[in-house]
Design a protein around this ligand. Structure first.
Ligand code: ATP
Ligand code: MG
Length: 381
């Protein structure tokens, strides 16, 4: 870590750690934030949140959109970490299709599980150590040794970690050593669950929490991803959004270098204003792109239902269409179970949806055959 970059305004302590390197331990939140300096970006981001909430109210059934958005978040947040799969492979993995066993796909699937698990835990718990560790556990559980399976899912780090570079002394940034981690996380938990949460607008609070979490880097692996999961959780916990429909990775991924530089500049110079401004801009873009996805999903649903009713007058076709929005790959046995019909009837319903271009047969699968609702999968990506 280049210590020359740290100014007296750096919001934390520099302390010695392993191999003669120096680590940065952030001061507890909150810092002094110049709200007037971020006023314009704050207004635009809040307008975006207002529009997203209005769009959700129009949608009626949030379930239609939550899964496509979560899949997209899992793909993009994992891509930022260097883990890649396709939406086809992820959808196949979700239904346990044979052959869908790639390690990357499992890891992205874990991301969706970590998201849904932590969102549902929020019904019983505040954002706290347990919730954060459970999200981490879901994210890294069941992975092979090379994929982080050995990196203690659900446990804070036991060894000094670092970001960028081959060793702590050459790293761009060295977060706190393990001995400081629990105390730093206690302070973060105390800030999130403070007595007067209204002293910071939720979007700015999410910016502070994300920075602080990333700077503590409490886990051996998965810090980027767990920290990005925290963002919608903060907004949900404050009631800024009602459903889990806010996922920033598409926008963060497109500005990855700036994202990292802005956080680094907080640690080295105490430049909170640039970080918060950047974060608010990300929030605005996130709302805009979520609204686009909602629009695409809504119009597909409308179009498919209308066509199905006109051509087939069958309630089963409509049930299958709705199912495809949460699970866009099906097989004949899946449809038999869903509709409680014979093999022949299930295959016929699938055939009907193939005919009107909703489903297409996936290459390379024969026993069983799989069919994908590609426009629905694409709407989320
Ligand atoms: N200078 C920095 N200060 C704070 N956080 C940073 C900094 N640089 C990067 N980050 C955060 O750390 C993440 C990458 O760091 P690292 O590769 O150590 O993560 P990780 O623990 O492997 O997490 P994941 O596996 O989810 O990417 C980035 O996505 C970003 O959120
Ligand atoms: Mg990693």
């Amino acid at each position: 870590m280049n210590l020359d970059l740290f100014s007296p305004d750096a919001p934390g302590r520099l302390i010695p750690t392993i191999q003669g390197a120096t680590a940065f331990v952030p001061s507890p939140l909150p810092p002094k934030i110049d709200l007037a300096a971020v006023f314009s970006e704050y207004g635009s981001a809040m307008a975006g949140i207002g529009m997203l909430n209005a769009k959700m109210a129009q949608l009626g059934n949030p379930k239609l959109i939550i899964r496509p958005l979560q899949r997209r978040e899992a793909l993009l947040s994992s891509a930022m970490e260097g883990t890649y799969t396709t939406s086809d492979e992820l959808a196949l993995f979700e239904i346990g299709a044979d052959g869908a066993t790639k390690a990357d796909t499992k890891e992205v699937f874990n991301y969706v599980t970590a998201l849904t698990h932590s969102v549902s835990l929020m019904r019983e718990l505040p954002i706290c150590h347990r919730l954060i560790r459970e999200a981490h556990d879901k994210l890294l559980s069941g992975l092979s040794q090379q994929r982080g399976g050995h990196k203690r899912p659900g446990e804070y780090k036991h060894d000094q970690n670092w970001i960028g570079g081959v060793s702590p002394s050459q790293a761009r940034f060295v977060p706190p050593p393990p001995a400081e981690t629990v105390e730093a996380m206690n302070q973060l938990e105390a800030f999130i669950n403070r007595d007067a949460p209204e002293d910071f607008p939720p979007l700015i609070e999410a910016a502070l929490v994300h920075y602080q979490f990333e700077t503590i880097h409490p886990f051996a692996d998965g810090n980027g991803r767990v920290g990005r999961i925290l963002i919608p959780l903060v907004l949900l916990s404050r009631g800024l959004i009602k459903d889990a429909v806010f996922y920033p990775s598409a926008s963060l991924e497109s500005k990855k270098d700036i994202y990292i530089d802005r956080m680094f500049d907080v640690s080295t110079k105490g430049d909170w204003t640039s970080w918060v401004r950047f974060f608010l801009k990300i929030c605005q873009e996130t709302c805009e792109s979520s609204i686009e996805v909602v629009d695409k999903v809504l119009s597909l649903q409308l179009e498919y239902r209308e066509r199905a009713m006109k051509e087939f007058r069958s309630n089963n076709v409509v049930i299958l269409i709705d199912h495809l929005f949460s699970s866009p790959v099906v097989s004949t046995p899946i449809v038999m179970g869903l509709l409680n019909v014979t093999h022949r009837a299930a295959r016929m319903t699938i055939g009907n949806l193939e005919r009107i271009g909703v489903l297409e047969k996936m290459e390379g699968f024969n026993k069983p055959e799989y069919f994908v609702a590609r426009p629905i999968l694409r709407a989320g990506s």
